[in-house]
Design a binder for this molecule. Sequence first.
Ligand SMILES: [Zn+2]
Length: 181
Amino acid sequence: MSIKPGLRDLMWMAGGAAVVGSLLLATLHFGDSVARELDVRTRKLEIVDRMRAAVAAASENEQSAVVASTDADSASLAEKFHQLKSLTVDLTYFDPEGLSKTSEIKYTVNLANAKSVFRFNCPNNECIRGDYDLSEALTKAVDSRLTMVTGEACCQGWRSKTVIDVVHCHNILRYKLSLAY
Ligand SMILES: [Zn+2]
């Protein structure tokens, strides 16, 4: 038994502990940013899931998931446009730059149930006071007896509750209305 090796071991141990400690810190730090990134990715996936659910609900249970709620007293499309026999909408949503498509939905409108205030929800869940009102586009189309109309609408709501009066949502909806009389 000599002190020397003991001391040396102790020094090795201290050195080792320092190395392990800094490695651990680095790992923790790295792990932290990975966790954050995963968190963001998870949230994105949740949004995609919600959009998918909305699309599924819309195709199964018609337009209730995408159509903005309107005044229950407003006339139905069938009441407002007697001539209209069928209406199919093709909605494609894009980010504010209009470059990446965020979702797409196509369905045949139930004219008896759909309201003539023809509005669609903004796909941005945090959007404040935003939606797309296609009432005017539809009225013009029916008045001119058009069988197909395409257009683009930009959400005028606010991107989230923290940027009200500062940043517009500006998500883009490109639509196609197919009409029959
Ligand atoms: Zn919006």
